[in-house]
Design a protein around this ligand. Structure first.
Ligand code: NAD
Length: 361
């Protein structure tokens, strides 16, 4: 075994059904009395319900969270929260609400409690991505990591089918790239394999019945593990491409991940045999890229970037942006390989099968 460094993330996790009822005691546990709740507009009712549970410990509910955490929204929310003199932020929703909560918590130096309702995994990371001047930039700081995460299975049952599937594949992407991260380690690889397996078995159950208890709890558990992977080790080409394509061309986050993942993996796994083996076990398929592509097709998700608004004419600009800052990837790449990956994702064809590794299953 290679030598490695592992730092466990210090977030407190409460997992189960009806766990949202613990919100009051969790705010008290942090010794806070004035919680500012953030959510996105479609989940305003959930935000208000959380406010009712908190009673006097809730100072306001802000429902302006949107995708990619624009800095102008953060500034607007900060004006509201400063007026309310809040001493902690509670986010309920997907990565958009949690991203806004992180941006507020970081700027005001107050703790965040998250109640995630998608599988995006942001609640488990010390990373904040935000849009400013048309570009999405990320920053990593240990203080961004939420203090407490309340996973409530019941709250995920309203997540629509298309979002459930895309968000689940978004979670799988975190774990898949963790398997070949430069700083990967056996603990994170174990979590990644378990997280992917949980999502691969639960997503079809959810697509058959959105309220399936076992499917929903398995998927949320898998998403949690995948989120830990994202927060623990570095990501590579797939995340970089999603970041550039999603942020700069304003595409839906989870679907961008779902479409690009098989193509980015088909490119990278040639150079990452241990990751390929783990993915084979986790997906139960010789060619995990094809398995992920087929799952996505069976869920009725868009196959191509063109279907979600990214046409071939954008490939050149996206490839240039993706090469702007250097970052680690298990396989060398250049502008031409990025163009090939993006072209395949634009076409929506099945990923190229592997040639490099022997098949064991
Ligand atoms: P999202 O938060 O934008 O949610 C999508 C939509 O689904 C929203 O309208 C939301 O209100 C609705 N929704 C969420 N949960 C629901 C539920 N249970 N029932 C009904 N409706 C529900 O989408 P997302 O994919 O969760 O998050 C994407 C954002 O998160 C992006 O901005 C992305 O960059 C960020 N993100 C950040 C990290 C990180 O570590 N920093 C990780 C993953 C994602």
């Amino acid at each position: 075994m290679h030598p490695f460094t592992f730092s466990g993330l210090p977030t407190r996790v409460i997992f189960g059904s009806g766990t949202i009822e613990a919100i009051g005691s969790e705010v008290e546990r942090l010794d806070k009395k004035r919680a500012f709740i953030v959510c996105s507009e479609p989940q305003k009712r959930e935000g208000e319900r959380l406010g009712q549970l908190l009673g006097n410990a809730c100072v306001d509910v802000y429902s302006g969270a949107v995708l990619h955490t624009p800095v102008r929204v953060t500034k607007d929310a900060i004006r509201a929260t400063t007026g309310a003199a809040s001493d902690c932020v509670v986010s309920i929703g997907g990565g958009s609400a949690i991203g806004l909560g992180k941006a507020i918590a970081l700027r005001l130096g107050i703790p965040q409690i998250c109640v995630p309702t998608t599988y995006a995994g942001s609640e488990m990371t010390p990373i904040l991505g935000q849009m400013e001047d048309g570009e999405k930039k990320t920053l990593t700081d240990p203080t961004i990591l939420p203090k407490t995460v309340i996973y409530d299975i019941e709250l995920t049952k309203s997540l629509p089918a298309r979002l459930s599937a895309a968000s689940g594949l978004n979670a799988i992407a975190h774990a898949a790239e963790a398997l070949y991260a430069q700083n990967c380690n056996p603990i994170v690889s174990m979590l990644a394999q378990e997280g992917i397996a949980a999502l691969v078995r639960s997503l079809p159950r959810i697509m058959a019945d959105l309220k399936d208890d076992l499917g929903r709890s398995d998927a949320l558990y898998g998403a949690w593990l995948c989120g830990v992977c994202l927060g623990s080790v570095g990501m590579a080409l797939h995340h970089k491409l999603c970041h550039v394509v999603g942020g700069s061309f304003d595409l839906p986050h989870a679907e961008t991940h779902a479409i690009l993942l098989p193509h980015a993996l088909a490119y990278n796994l040639e150079a990452a045999p241990a990751a390929l083996e783990a993915l084979r076990v986790a997906t139960g398929a010789n060619d995990p890229t094809k398995r992920i592509y087929d799952l996505s097709r069976s869920f009725g998700l868009p196959a191509s970037l063109s279907e979600i608004g990214f046409g071939e004419e954008n490939i050149e600009r996206a490839a240039t942006l993706a090469l702007k800052n250097s970052y680690w990837n298990p396989r060398r790449f250049d502008e031409s390989s990025i163009r090939d990956i993006l072209r395949a994702a634009c076409d929506g064809r099945a990923p190229n099968a592997f040639h490099g590794a022997d098949c064991r299953l």
